[in-house]
Design a protein around this ligand. Structure first.
Ligand SMILES: Nc1ncnc2c1ncn2[C@@H]1O[C@H](COP(=O)(O)OP(=O)(O)O)[C@@H](O)[C@H]1O
Ligand SMILES: [Mg+2]
Length: 388
C-alpha cells in the first residue's frame, strides 16, 4: 500500500533515550518525504507534560530507563484522544509486540527494519485523521439536526400563535362589527314603513348571517373552539364529523369523561388526531377507524388506528410530506412523542405525553366532570386554550 505524505507538517512525539536513534528515525522520516516536527523525550514527567499538546503520533521505544513504552501507551490511551502510538524498538519479543497491539498500539516496528516506518506512520496518521473527520462530521450533523428540530418546533408554535392571533382578531373585530351590523339591520327592518326597505334589510340580514357563519368557520379552523368543551368532547365531535363527511366508520372511546391537562397538551392532541384522520381519508382506503384516549401511569395516550392499506418506511421518507414529521415536532413541544406502527392491515398512530404527577388523576373523581385547565380561562374567547 502506498500512502501520500500529508501536506501538513506532522507533529511527532518521540519517546527515545538514545539521541542517535532519534536522529536515525528523523532521517528516515525525512527521506520518506515526510515533513516532521519531532520532540524527543525520555521520562514519564516529560511525557505527561508533552501530552498537554496536540500530536499527530507518538513513536516510542520499548525500554526506557525508569519508564516504559507500554506504560506510556496506557497513559496515552487514558486520554482517549485517538493519537496513534507506534512502538519502535530494538529488541521487542513477540509477546511484547502482541501485548502492545492488544493495548491499542497502532503498530510495532524494529529498529533494524526502518523501511516500514514511513508507511506504518502514514497509515496510522491517516486512520486517525479519518476518525477525527468522522467525529467532526457526526458532531456537525448532530448540531444541525438539533437546530432543525428547534426550528421546526419554533415554526409549529409560531404557526399556532399566529393562528390564535388571527382568530382573536376575527372574533373581536370582524365578529364585533358583524354583530353590530346585524343589530342595526334588524332595527331598520323593524322600524321602516316601506316594504321595499324592509325587504332589503331582511335580505341584508341574511347576508350578515352568512358572513357570521363563515367567520365562525374560519375561526374554528384557525383555533378549534370546540376544544373549550375539553379534549374529550372535541375528539368526540371530530370523530362524528369525520364519519359524516367521509363515510368511514369512526369510533371514539375514552376512559375518562374529562381531563385536567397541562396547557398546550389539548391542542397538540387535537391537531394530532386531525392530521391522523386527514391521512386516513387521504391515503388509507380504510373502512373504519378507532380513536382512543386514555390516561394510564401518568401518561396520556391518544391512539388512532385504521384498517386501511398500511404504510411503509418509504411513505414516511417522502420528501414533500410533512404531516407526520410535524406531529413528531408538535409532540415534543409538550414533552411527548409519536409512534407509528403498520401491520398487514392498517396503520396505528400513537401520541404519548407524560403528564405531571397529579395532572390527570384527580379528574375522574366520582365521575364528576371537572373543567379542563383551559376552561378556567375566559370561556367566551374561542381563540383561547392556554399557553403553547
Ligand atoms: N393512515 C395511513 N394509511 C396509509 N398510508 C398513510 C397513512 N398515513 C400516512 N400515510 C402515508 O405516509 C405518507 C406521509 O404522510 P404525511 O407525513 O402525513 O404526509 P402527506 O399526508 O402530506 O402525504 C403519506 O403520503 C402516505 O403515503
Ligand atoms: Mg398528512
Amino acid at each position: 500500500m502506498s500512502l501520500a505524505a500529508p501536506t501538513r507538517t506532522l507533529r511527532i512525539l518521540h519517546l527515545e533515550d538514545s539521541e542517535l536513534d532519534h536522529e536515525l528515525t528523523l532521517a528516515q522520516l525525512r527521506r520518506g518525504g515526510i515533513a516532521v516536527e519531532m520532540l524527543r523525550i525520555d521520562s514519564e514527567p516529560e511525557f505527561l507534560r508533552a501530552m498537554e499538546q496536540a500530536w499527530d503520533a507518538v513513536i516510542s521505544d520499548y525500554n526506557l530507563p525508569g519508564f516504559s513504552g507500554l506504560v506510556a501507551l496506557d497513559l496515552l490511551k487514558a486520554r482517549d484522544n485517538g493519537v496513534p502510538f507506534l512502538l519502535l524498538s530494538g529488541e521487542i519479543g513477540e509477546d511484547a509486540a502482541v501485548e502492545a497491539m492488544r493495548n491499542g498500539a497502532a503498530d510495532y516496528l524494529l529498529k533494524n527494519n526502518m523501511a516500514r516506518l514511513v508507511p506504518a506512520l502514514l497509515h496510522a496518521v491517516e486512520a486517525n485523521d479519518t476518525r477525527r473527520a468522522h467525529l467532526a462530521a457526526d458532531r456537525e450533523l448532530g448540531q444541525s439536526k438539533q437546530r432543525l428540530r428547534e426550528l421546526a418546533q419554533h415554526l409549529q408554535t409560531s404557526v399556532e400563535s399566529e393562528r390564535a392571533a388571527i382568530a382573536r382578531e376575527i372574533h373581536d373585530d370582524v365578529g364585533g362589527s358583524l354583530t353590530a351590523l346585524n343589530f342595526d339591520l334588524a332595527w331598520i327592518a323593524r322600524h321602516s314603513d316601506k316594504p321595499e326597505v324592509r325587504q332589503r334589510a331582511t335580505s341584508a340580514l341574511e347576508t350578515v348571517a352568512h358572513a357570521i357563519e363563515a367567520s365562525q368557520r374560519v375561526m374554528h379552523n384557525l383555533r378549534p373552539a370546540i376544544l373549550e368543551q375539553g379534549l374529550v368532547a372535541a375528539l368526540q365531535w371530530m370523530a362524528s364529523r369525520f364519519e359524516r363527511r367521509t363515510g368511514i366508520a369512526c369510533r371514539f372511546t375514552s376512559d375518562r369523561e374529562a381531563l385536567a391537562l397541562p396547557a398546550g397538551v389539548p391542542l397538540v392532541a387535537y391537531r394530532t388526531a386531525q392530521e391522523a384522520l386527514t391521512n386516513v381519508s387521504k391515503h388509507a382506503q380504510a373502512t373504519r377507524v378507532a380513536i382512543e384516549l386514555t390516561v394510564a401511569a401518568g401518561t396520556l395516550t391518544l391512539e388512532i388506528a385504521d384498517d386501511g392499506r398500511g404504510l411503509s418506511l418509504e411513505d414516511l421518507a417522502k420528501a414533500r410530506s410533512f404531516g407526520i414529521r410535524g406531529l413528531h415536532e408538535r409532540a415534543s413541544t409538550v414533552g411527548g412523542w409519536v409512534d407509528l406502527s403498520s401491520g398487514e392491515r392498517g396503520t396505528t398512530l400513537i401520541l404519548s405525553v407524560p403528564l405531571a404527577p397529579d395532572a390527570a388523576d384527580s379528574a375522574d373523581a366520582a365521575g364528576a366532570p371537572q373543567p379542563e385547565l383551559a376552561d378556567v380561562h375566559d370561556q367566551h374567547d374561542p381563540s383561547y386554550w392556554g399557553e403553547l
